[in-house]
Write a protein that binds this ligand. Structure first.
Ligand code: ZN
Length: 652
């Protein structure tokens, strides 16, 4: 069955327009087809997972047309399904699934209805997508609304039934009316880049074990956790990741065996883990959905095999192969999934808002859920360093674990409590002001109901540090920047809030962030006007603010998004299997590195730092001669591909 995944070519999905058709199964609604967009979508990656970010406020023009014979769908019903404040509307659903990262707003129209209800003329024998879009655009233009005034165009007409959507894209056409908002949720999932998901069913079982995917059957268009698969639930984690709604604190790659805590989808904490599969662009993804009150299905881990390129094509594992309803695919507590490539996922515990899985990779045996938990590492404050009275505690632990920091030998004196993120990092300010002088703390972690022992004591010295102005390091005085520069600096108290403002305009804040454990900070600016600009910085800690720093004036220019040069490996060099590639781009630009001539074969990605430098460790390359190319994307513009860089891959 792995073959099914392999033959799903990312290439065809990316570069040739295809028409998928399928029966639309819910709400007796019609047939649903998908048109794969063939144009050059801007692709990005997080941890080498291709993503296609859709964030911020997007303007939606809804056109509910009638024919010259008067036949129409109900404009008010369509509007309600798309925009109403009901939790089931597309707008509410997307706001909820994206955790407010994507907001769909109706375009204002002269009729005051936040939609257009034009006459499309004589009804054709059969309605087509491009014809309907053309008519809708013409109707909009007649009202003075041009394509520059909207991001999405949704059209509803009374026709043969069914719906069409671009995957990914910005257009939906409904040829009828749904009995609920479901069709909109489904089609918008396509717009986000999700192809119809399938399900692995009838997988072999052995006690609490489920074996995937080789001997499973495939049930097409079935995923009760995804409206695009006919489900009622919010968009799955992989859709959210692809849409750029996660970051490196909420999603992570699992590369080593261990236990991992995961929060229920939509709750704070780790949301998605993925494991790279040997086949290019193939991943196994894990999410946790808690038990929904009033429903009998228990909480559990949802495992999908996903092929991710220009679009996402997932196959959900039915973790309850004996359940004919196919509506309880989650792996419940005690269940183990054994993948043909040697990945083992055991569900250790399920709590209300979080779960713990033990994941074995690289052929390792699975770690016993009851094994003792190692103590967390405290990285800051460093030993014997001078800190302020509310120090920043930070370190590493098991992803998703709860961390408690206490006064040494005084476990009842809880100084701070936090949760490790998806990569195991944690950081929290002391909630208690510590006395001046020598002090010492200890930490332990809790996961799946099991405590580690207390860590070795970490001593430091509390001093009355003064709250100085931080220093701006980048940009330097009189540098040239883009309208979206990255500010970098130092000299703040660990954990302090840092504010960068236009000089002499303290309420004109262009960026703010929190200083790290060394007092360094870095943050992307909001958009600055072209020309000379000057900024100043100050920090705020425990309610007190420093003075503003000296002014740094620089010149904002519209710098070209040109080809990104590759510095290393050098032409004709010999490298290892996973070479580090470096180059320069505009500060903050996203860079992807691909196989030459094969832009869907993403080998690595990076974000250029405040100086424009970037580096990326590539995925494992085949031995012998190899050639790569890179390009940068900045502020919505993408450069052409760099000149091919040829080198030799050796395992010596
Ligand atoms: Zn569909």
């Amino acid at each position: 069955m792995r073959k099914t995944l392999l033959t799903l070519s990312i290439f065809s999905a990316l570069f040739s327009p295809r028409l998928f058709s399928a029966e639309f199964q819910r709400n007796n609604l019609v047939s649903d087809e998908v048109i794969t967009q063939s144009n050059n979508e801007i692709l990005n990656t997080i941890y080498d997972i291709p993503v296609r970010p859709v964030t911020g406020t997007k303007r939606v023009l809804l056109v509910v047309a009638k024919w010259s014979d008067g036949s129409t769908t109900d404009p008010d019903v369509q509007w309600q399904q798309v925009f109403s404040s009901s939790p089931s509307s597309l707008r509410s659903f997307v706001k909820n699934s994206s955790q407010h990262k994507l907001l769909l707003e109706p375009v204002k129209t002269a009729n005051g209805k936040q939609m257009l209800t034009p006459d499309f003329g004589n009804k054709p024998a059969s309605c087509g997508m491009s014809d309907m879009l053309t008519r809708a655009k013409a109707s909009a233009a007649a009202e003075g609304i041009t394509p520059a005034d909207y991001d999405y165009l949704f059209v509803a007409v009374k026709c043969q039934g069914g719906a069409l959507a671009n995957v990914p894209g910005q257009n939906i056409v409904l040829f009828g009316q749904g009995s609920s908002s479901h069709v909109w949720l489904h089609e918008f999932g396509h717009n986000l880049g999700t192809s119809h998901p399938d399900m692995y069913v009838n997988c072999p079982t052995n006690g609490d074990r489920v074996e995937t995917p080789e001997k499973c059957d495939v049930k097409t268009i079935k995923d009760p956790g995804d409206p695009v698969g006919g489900g009622k639930s919010p968009y799955p984690a992989i859709t959210r990741a692809f849409a750029g709604w996660f970051d490196n604190s909420t999603m992570a790659e699992i590369t080593k065996s261990g236990r991992y805590g995961i929060s229920s989808l939509g709750e704070p904490g780790p949301q998605l883990y993925f494991i790279k599969l040997p086949q290019q662009n193939n991943y196994m993804t894990l999410e946790y959905r808690k038990q929904v009150s009033g429903q009998s299905a228990s909480g559990g881990i949802w495992v999908r095999y996903s092929t991710i390129g220009g679009i996402v094509k997932s196959t959900l594992v039915n973790g309850s192969p004996n359940d004919a309803s196919l509506n309880n695919p989650q792996l419940v507590q005690g269940k183990t999934l054994i993948d043909a490539d040697g990945i083992i996922i055991k569900v250790c515990s399920i709590n209300l808002n979080s779960a713990v899985v033990s994941v074995a990779v690289n052929g390792d045996p699975v770690i016993d859920c009851a094994a003792s938990v190692e103590t967390p590492m405290i990285e800051s404050p460093e030993k014997n360093i001078k800190v302020t009275y509310k120090p920043l505690f930070s370190g590493t632990a098991i992803p998703g674990a709860e961390i408690n920091i206490v006064k040494s030998h005084s476990p009842g004196t809880l100084l701070a409590k936090t949760t490790a993120d998806s990569n195991g990092s944690w950081s929290v300010l002391s909630s208690i002001a510590l006395p001046l002088g020598k002090y010492s703390v200890s930490a332990r972690q809790l996961i799946g109901g099991k405590h580690s022992s207390w860590s070795a004591n970490q001593p430091f010295v509390v001093e009355d540090l003064s709250l100085n102005s931080p220093t701006i390091v980048i940009p330097g005085k009189n540098d040239e920047t883009t309208p979206l520069p990255i500010f970098q600096g130092s000299g703040a108290l660990p954990g302090a809030e840092v504010f960068i403002a236009k000089s002499y305009h303290p309420s004109f804040i262009v960026a703010s962030t929190v200083a790290d454990a060394k007092g360094n900070w870095q943050v992307a600016s909001s958009r600055l006007p072209l020309g000379r600009f000057s900024v100043s910085v100050r920090q705020k800690f425990d309610g007190k603010s420093s003075a503003w720093s000296e002014n740094i004036a620089f010149t904002v220019e519209s710098l070209p998004v040109s080809q990104t040069p590759i510095f290393s490996p050098q032409e004709n060099a010999t490298t290892g299997r996973m070479p580090e590639v470096t180059g320069t781009a505009l500060p903050g630009a996203r860079v992807i590195i691909v196989k030459s001539g094969s832009p869907a074969t993403v080998l690595g990605s990076a974000t250029a730092d405040a100086n424009g430098a970037w580096s990326s460790k590539l995925t494992t390359l085949p031995l012998g001669a190899y050639s790569i190319s890179a390009r940068q994307t900045f502020d919505g513009k993408t450069s052409s591909w760099s000149v091919n860089r040829k080198f030799y891959v050796s395992d010596k």
